[in-house]
Design a protein around this ligand. Sequence first.
Ligand code: MN
Length: 492
Amino acid sequence: MSESQNSVSDLRSALELLKTLPGEYVETNTEVDPHAELSGVYRYVGAGGTCQRPTRKNGPAMVFKNIKGFHDISVAIGLNGSRQRVSHFLRCAPEKLGHLLKESVASAIPPITVDNAVCQEVVHLASDADFDLRKLLPAPTNTEEDAGPYITMGLCYASDPETHESDITIHRLCVQSRDELSMWLTPGRHIDAFRMKAEAAGQPLPISISIGVDPAIEIAACFEPPTTPLGFNELSIAGALRGKAVEMVQCKTINEKAIAHAEIVIEGELLPDVRVREDQNTDTGRAMPEFPGYTGEAKAAIPVIKVKAVTHRTHPIWRTTVGPGEEHVNMAGIPTEASILDMVERAMPGKLLNVFAHSAGGGKLLAVLQFKKSSPADEGRQRQAALLAFSAFPELKHVILVDEDVDIFDSDDVLWAMQTRYQGDVDTVTIPGVRCHPLDPSQVPEYSPSILQQGMSCKTLFDCTVPFHLKHNFERSKFKEVDVKRFLPDFE
Ligand code: MN
């Protein structure tokens, strides 16, 4: 890669960068139906992650240029769908991305406000009689049984009605009518805290939804507490990643800001005391495919956003993702890695070498920790590191601990450690009855007597590190160091 040419600052420059890299970008002019077909195509091309097989790991990002029923708008999917692409966007080696994000939290740069923004080149007001979200926005219905069209990459931005601190997060938004979206917030999310405060005061909460932005923002927005506690604006992490504050612009119809370079912005208000059934238009009982690889249930009563306006760039690019894909793994997982690295580093400096929030857990449920024991006194500290990891990211379910000679990004190598450095009866530690994530279908009372409510789980650590006093028995076979390029000049 030519690093000097990498100047990603919005979605368009990110796509331009991908076009210069072999195998990272494809596009099609063939008409595609956003209803189930678009996601059906990308499932094969590059979804990966926990997606239904067959799919492809590390397939290219894709742009659909001809969307059935829509003019002058294309759809981009899968930009963050490989760790290699994210490493190009963030100018950092793939295995160091967690460390980069950790450092960016520590050197956060708050967003600034600008007067004019490309995201407002075209303005559609909901007060106009012909305004209809369903005709303006090609939000895909991801499978035939989804509750409706979903905005899956909407950067939701709202502020605390009292402290005016802001938060940015991606939430599941379903288009419900010409000017309404339903919004599902998993319990404890920060925008939900703002919403509840506003609702208690009988007030609507202004909210902007920016779609199609610099991938650095998409990833930074996925940080969760305790790394980014209530009141921490995650946009400041994106600022640190770029060494430049994210530029915001005042919305046209609400008292809130939006991301200035976004392709599309939806302006609206979360209404107090209004709830809607997520699948009211389809009665499918299902929502959309979620990160663990299963379709979530449609919620019976969730908050509603009344849309006031849609603004966009000329020739806008819609941005979407496949819920169970590798894109979710990277967006959720790299911040998870940063959070674990940060907490363990503060407790025991230099011991935790690296972390991978593994694809099998969608970036949330499974982490592989690479731990270096240097002395007899380090025995047992690897398990303390695992306990800290469960605290650093509350939705983490499983930790696999490996030694410094295991490649945590190579599942064959991790499972090798499990075959030769793990005895199930002494190296498995279970912690039942702990809060985890409600979208894992095994986390239900019918599954286990220790699960009292949906969303509780048994957290488990698999210690696949060698006991320190036995290390001399576990040296891998050593091959001679050679210069392969002498035999194969193109070898990398
Ligand atoms: Mn937050």
